[in-house]
Design a binder for this molecule. Structure first.
Ligand SMILES: [Zn+2]
Ligand SMILES: [Zn+2]
Length: 173
């Protein structure tokens, strides 16, 4: 299979390639992403698991998301770079850290999630659809048998005046 893009950790002990284009890219402002990334948010890109090829050893940190789903986060044991995660709710998909890609410019973030946990100084593109919590991406199978996302839902902040009045546009709840 042809390589579409590559990436890896800072020390280059861990490398990966993808034989698929990105399915979606999302900014996440949740507490866990901030803690792990050392920044105001993390940017994640989704690809089919069967297009993902990893070389080198990764360490794993598993925890339970507020959805109750298990998230397995993988990072380089040597330099600590976050590489990717998988989650129970997204079977067949791998969520890579967009920042670990060799050319992150190929990613086009399409929404912001967990704005309820966003910090006031972290400014993201205000034209993107944003969600107070998760926007539920639904994994499915395309006509050609490949993994893809068949639907996205969630509480769309821009379409809910009541919601934004209650919590403020990007306020901490
Ligand atoms: Zn490394
Ligand atoms: Zn997050």
């Amino acid at each position: 299979m042809d390589i579409v893009f590559e990436g890896g950790c800072l020390c280059e002990a861990v490398r990966y390639s993808s034989s698929s284009e990105l399915i979606t890219t999302v900014h996440c402002c949740c507490r866990d992403c901030r803690k792990i990334g050392g920044t105001g948010h993390a940017t994640h890109s989704v690809i089919p698991a069967d297009s993902f090829e990893l070389t080198g050893n990764v360490s794993e940190f598993a925890c339970t998301a507020d959805s109750g789903n298990r998230i397995n986060r993988f990072f380089c044991p040597k330099c600590g770079s976050a590489i990717y995660h998988t989650r129970d709710g997204l079977k067949g998909l791998v969520v890579i850290r967009t920042s670990s890609m060799d050319d992150p410019e190929i990613a086009r973030p399409d929404r912001v999630i967990y704005t309820s946990s966003a910090v006031s100084w972290d400014h993201l593109d205000p034209t993107l659809p944003s969600f107070e919590k998760m926007s539920n991406v639904k994994p499915g199978v395309g006509k050609d048998g490949s993994s893809r996302i068949v639907g996205i839902d969630g509480r769309h902040r821009n379409h809910s005046n009541q919601e934004s009045l209650k919590t403020g546009p990007r306020g901490q709840t």
